[in-house]
Design a protein. Structure first.
Length: 354
């Protein structure tokens, strides 16, 4: 018997299966793309006058652009995790403006500058706070612009080019599902509408012995939040990120209150006087003070030995202070902005007084 007919039927069945499978995959892909577009989890349609949806992705790099584009905030904090605990609700009354906190875990100076530029594109700020860490002084800041975390440069570009297609991926789909669950089940947003979140463990769980081990052993209580420790560069090595800071301050109108603050890391993370690291930090502070004086910014230095930074129980690890210290920083920023004087208790120094 000739088996050709049976073979043709088998081939036809496989072709039919492949066609149905391909159409199913395409249909699922189109449905997923439409679902993501409808939920708009990254706020591609957000602009002045349009309120962003709930911030449901834990990576602030994806969530903050819609906050910046919304035009709902006329003041902002930029920085890494060392500035994330500054509460916008507390900052507004002492510095003026409706604040958003746009500081990102382990953010490089390049990433911080990117969100600051985006924010400035959509309004005239009343107040800005730049919370600096040691990476702003690093010679490699212009070559090590990103971390292992995804950074969606397209979300920071004018008009978010090809954003509809770029957001079609598993992460966006999962975030869109969380948006639905937020509406239907009350699932909590990952971030407050102004970008703020308490990323440190609950205060009730604080363990002084464990914190001391992190502080003096070089560990991190929140490894995902800790910026990479930059290498100790020679004192005269370039500091390319400071040119970005200079440019950002220059873009602001005269009426904007500008504050640049070196954040209060524990003394264990500071460069001691007489060491290469200490000399590098001193040179960086001098450069920032010069930029601040020229651009009308108050430069406040919390990165020094003080009653706060020498006390282990104020910290989770060498970089991350506890919530009560965050409130003290906010109050101190308001006082420094109002008086231009050093703190009598030694918590901070004012390096530049516009």
């Amino acid at each position: 018997m000739d088996g050709t007919g049976g073979g043709d039927r088998t081939d036809g069945a496989w072709r039919g299966f492949a066609r149905r499978f391909g159409l199913s995959v395409a249909g699922f892909g189109l449905a997923a793309a439409g679902f993501i577009a409808a939920l708009d989890p990254y706020g591609l349609r957000v602009g002045p006058g349009r309120v962003p949806g709930p911030l449901m992705d834990g990576n602030q790099r994806f969530m903050y652009p819609q906050v910046a584009r919304s035009g709902l905030y006329d003041a902002a904090v930029f920085g890494s995790s060392t500035a994330r605990l500054l509460d916008p609700d507390q900052l507004g009354p002492v510095l003026g403006g409706r604040f958003a906190n746009l500081a990102m875990n382990a953010a490089t100076p390049f990433e911080q500058a990117a969100i600051a530029r985006l924010f400035l594109r959509y309004g005239t700020p009343k107040s800005v706070v730049f919370g600096l860490d040691a990476n702003w002084c690093a010679a490699e800041a212009d070559t090590k612009r990103l971390t292992f975390r995804p950074f969606p440069a397209w979300l920071y570009a004018e008009g978010t080019p090809w954003g509809f297609l770029r957001q079609v991926n598993g992460q966006s789909l999962a975030t869109a599902v969380r948006v639905v669950l937020h509406a239907w089940t009350g699932l909590s947003a990952r971030l407050r509408a102004d970008g703020y979140a308490v990323f440190t463990p609950p205060e009730a769980t604080y363990d002084a012995a464990r914190a001391a081990a992190h502080i003096h052993g070089g560990g991190a209580a929140m490894p995902e939040a800790a910026p990479a420790d930059p290498p100790v560069d020679p004192v005269d090595a370039p500091m390319p990120a400071l040119a970005w800071l200079d440019d950002l301050l220059a873009r602001m109108p005269p009426e904007t209150r500008r504050i640049v603050a070196f954040m209060p890391v524990h003394v264990a993370a500071q460069g001691a006087p007489g060491t290469p690291k200490g000399a590098r930090e001193a040179a960086c502070k001098a450069r920032v003070a010069e930029i601040g004086a020229r651009r009308g910014a108050r430069v406040v230095d919390f990165r020094l030995p003080s009653p706060v930074t020498t006390q282990d129980t104020n910290y989770w690890d060498a970089l991350h202070y506890r919530l009560p210290i965050a409130a003290r920083i906010v109050t101190a920023l308001g006082t420094a902005a109002a008086t231009g004087a050093d703190d009598p208790d030694g918590f901070y120094r004012v390096l530049a007084r516009p």
